[in-house]
Design a protein around this ligand. Structure first.
Ligand SMILES: Cc1ncc(COP(=O)(O)O)c(C=O)c1O
Length: 395
């Protein structure tokens, strides 16, 4: 059953088009935008105390995020986006000389570039495998087997997404992490799409992952410019922070000691220099929103929208790329819509905005609805998509 959340987005949502591209950046509920605007004004009234007093409050926010992710806040660090969080991890970890980093052709371009940068700097080799065999898998075991087959004796690190951006396939991290630990291969996860879309549990289910980074400005509906990194306690002492700042060492200014204990990982990773805290403060409203509406309900309501789109299109003979296994959102080969033309990311001459990621050899049409989407919007979207299959609509 569709629950209508429109009221929560009424102040800022542009209803002149149908936004099915929440996978790029989500919409914030109005309370999250309102809090950021208010914080901007408060900070400007007294910029010195705005900076000096930020630290205890930031720590409470990190604790709140830890509760949401079932993670120890001491294992987390905040960054403005997942690209920066992954830079910290990938550029900061040490791999033995001549190691190979393994990745695959479904990964996000900017993240692959971090791997290239790392390999050039540290004289390592990078191998990117074609994981198309994943489309034939229907069990966790089969998915893990495809990935492990790509591992070589030189592989010391695997970079893989939790949810692939171009097809929505969900990687079974717990099983994969267990196998990679046996082989002494570090697992670095690009979780850009997972927070908000999937239930994350760093204390138990995915505790054996080595490094993880997730966005908060996509499915979590947090302020633009919010993301986090998580590092398994085994690796915290050896990860080199990429930036020197006030809390690098044990000897930290008194006000900043109200963040995590000085010298500990969370303190060393803190960006303790001058900055705007507005986006991070907006996480307070976002976290409260998830608590108030209940995280399980929000996640389920996202999936109600996915299912509606998926089933309606399947009725018209249009099938998503991932059919046999778990997928978190909907991706179609654009060839399914032979009459589609695009104006930017809009279907030309329609109010429908979609995602258009590319996979090797294929242009993908991605549908990523979120709770602000109404049933009426989705049924219009289905009609537009069906028309572009059969050519009924005049474009
Ligand atoms: C899988 C994946 N990784 C990384 C990113 C980069 O996210 P950001 O630009 O917020 O760092 C994206 C963005 O869409 C993505 O889909």
């Amino acid at each position: 059953m569709f629950q209508n959340f429109s009221q929560d987005f009424a102040s800022y949502k542009d209803t002149s088009f149908i936004n099915l591209n929440n996978g790029t950046l989500g919409l914030c509920p109005s309370v999250v935008i309102d809090q950021q605007k208010a914080e901007l004004e408060i900070f400007e009234k007294n910029t010195s105390s705005g900076y000096g007093d930020a630290w205890a409050r930031l720590w409470r926010i990190q604790q709140g995020l830890g509760d949401f992710l079932n993670a120890n806040p001491r294992d987390l660090f905040l960054r403005p986006n997942v690209t920066l969080a992954l830079n910290e991890i990938i550029m900061g970890l040490n791999l033995p000389a001549n190691s190979e980093i393994l990745t695959n052709t479904f990964e996000y371009g900017a993240v692959v570039n971090i791997l290239k940068h790392k390999c050039q700097r540290d004289d390592l080799s990078l191998r990117s495998e074609d994981f198309s065999a994943l489309y034939d898998c229907s069990t966790d075991e089969a998915v893990v087997e495809v990935i492990l087959k790509a591992v070589s004796a030189k592989t010391r690190m695997l970079l893989i997404s939790h949810v692939f951006t171009g097809n929505g396939l969900i990687v079974p991290l717990a099983k994969l992490a267990r196998e990679l630990r046996k082989r002494n291969i570090l697992l670095v996860v690009d979780g850009a799409h997972a927070p908000g879309l999937l239930k994350l549990d760093f204390k138990q289910e995915i505790h054996e992952v080595d490094f993880y980074a997730g966005n908060l400005h996509k499915w979590f509906m947090g302020p633009k410019g919010t993301a986090f990194g998580w590092v398994h306690p085994d690796h915290q002492s050896t990860l080199n922070p990429q930036y020197g700042s006030w809390t690098m060492s044990e000897n930290v200014p008194a006000n900043m000691a109200s963040f995590a204990p000085p010298g500990e990982f969370a303190s060393r990773m803190l960006w303790s220099h001058s900055q705007s805290f507005t986006a991070y403060y907006g996480l307070e409203a976002a976290l409260s929103y998830w608590t108030h509406h209940k995280a399980d309900v929000i996640r389920q309501q996202i999936q109600v929208r996915m299912k509606y789109l998926k089933d309606s299109l399947a009725d018209a003979g249009i099938f998503a790329l991932v059919n046999n296994y778990n997928s978190a959102f909907l991706c179609y080969n654009v060839g399914e819509f032979p009459h589609a033309q695009f104006q930017g990311i809009f279907l030309k001459d329609t109010p429908l905005q979609v995602g258009l990621p590319r996979l090797p050899g294929a242009q993908i049409l991605r549908l990523t609805p979120h709770i602000h989407n109404t049933q009426e919007e989705l049924s219009k979207a289905v009609q537009i998509l069906k028309d572009h299959r059969t050519g009924l609509s005049k474009v």
